[in-house]
Design a protein around this ligand. Sequence first.
Ligand SMILES: Cc1cc2nc3c(=O)[nH]c(=O)nc-3n(C[C@H](O)[C@H](O)[C@H](O)COP(=O)(O)OP(=O)(O)OC[C@H]3O[C@@H](n4cnc5c(N)ncnc54)[C@H](O)[C@@H]3O)c2cc1C
Length: 461
Amino acid sequence: MNNGYITLPSAVIPVTREVDVLVIGGGASGIAAAIAAARGGATTMLVEQRGFLGGMGTVALVPAFCPFTDKQKPIVRGLGLQLMEQMKEACDPAFRKEYQDMLDWVPIDPEVLKRVYDNAVLESGVTPLYHTFVYDVVLSPDRKTVEGVIVVNKTGRSFISCRYIIDCTGDGDIAALAGVPFQKGGEEGELQPGSMCYLLANVDRPKFSRFLEESGDTGQLHTTVELAISEGALPEGRKSISGLAWVSDYLVGVNFGHVFGIDGTLAEDLTRGAIEGRRTAERQLQFFRKYVPGFEHAHMVASGEQLGIRETRRIEGDYILTVDDFITARSFPDDIARNAYYIDIHLANSKSDMTFNHLPPGVSHGVPYRIMLPVGIDNLWVAGRSVSSDRAVQGSLRVMPNCFSMGQAAGTAAVLALQGSTGSRGIAVAELQRRLLEQDVWLGEDRVPAEKEKEKEGNTP
Ligand SMILES: Cc1cc2nc3c(=O)[nH]c(=O)nc-3n(C[C@H](O)[C@H](O)[C@H](O)COP(=O)(O)OP(=O)(O)OC[C@H]3O[C@@H](n4cnc5c(N)ncnc54)[C@H](O)[C@@H]3O)c2cc1C
């Protein structure tokens, strides 16, 4: 041991795979990236540290999908919308009946969703590799290309070689390992808090609904939570529940309260967050049983395998999407998606404020291709929560519908790069947009698929 470090002997490890496109991280962005790449004809592997897909939506039991609409029409379409519809289809008849026409805040049935994701990646031809953690990358001698990653799993250490790689870890792990500059949190390193989400069974939704009607309290239980805080049954902090998502009349997903000061890129913090999160959830369970009619016999059947993490690294890309772009609903020549979700920044400590900034109904801004291109590396895309944006916009872009969109665009771009033997910056962006439109992605009123354009021309008198 030398000054707190040890030197490892050099090691020879097996090359277990050689793929065209390697996707790391099986959350919303990674699932969409892998499916898009495989459907485009690339040999594609999806590496995920857990034994299932879904990222925060299943690992951390985030209870609902954020809106796919701009409050007037669906604007996030393509793979994300299709996967959510597949989840609805696979749920019980009562779930289908209640949510079949909803596109915003559809509750997540995590066990159903895990199976839907398994099937979707397998059907597309992706090779999934679960229970596998990426802990290092190998760069080309000029350090501009990622040649592959070193993984560790039950089988041991091995190398997966790739031509192109998409970082969907939510934390920008691959970009950071490749030396891409990044920012984490605010000016003083402050981060949005995490939340331990959970599922409560044995609840009585009709009784709860009657309570809301009779008491006049909101669906987020503002009055009841304030009362519980004043009586010491809940800690100071957020004065309402973020969300209750009813999977059935007797099962509800809960997102409530915060755990502060957790950096999701540090194992020690994640450990503390998990333990504190479960303690918080237990206290909330007692609150529900005592204060909320319909929850008297609530039983916690599951809490997140890890604390839900809202914010870690934001990589530096060829463009940094800003709050000004959001507010002015800017469009870009290289748009690969549209976003209308509000800026939703949770308080950094129990005394600070939440920030919300909504676009008017029907308004959305463009999401440019360049925010997925980490500076300095030519065969790497970053999609999902850690794309290149300022902190405020990350508070909006981070939600699952957007992560699906970015993933789908990154996977499609990787296919184009493969076909043209170019780097990520060498592809024809117009062709990328054409392919996305063909895949039912929506890029705004003025950008429609070619056959619709022809129909429009045909209609011209
Ligand atoms: C408490 C909370 C509430 C939220 N509420 C909502 C909501 O209501 N609706 C909504 O749409 N969004 C919500 N969000 C946001 C949303 O869930 C996430 O931002 C989104 O899931 C991010 O998707 P992603 O694909 O970028 O990353 P993630 O979902 O985090 O997925 C990343 C995946 O990569 C894997 N991984 C990471 N590092 C490695 C590695 N080194 N090797 C191998 N695998 C790795 C992880 O295990 C994980 O499965 C919420 C988030 C939180 C924390």
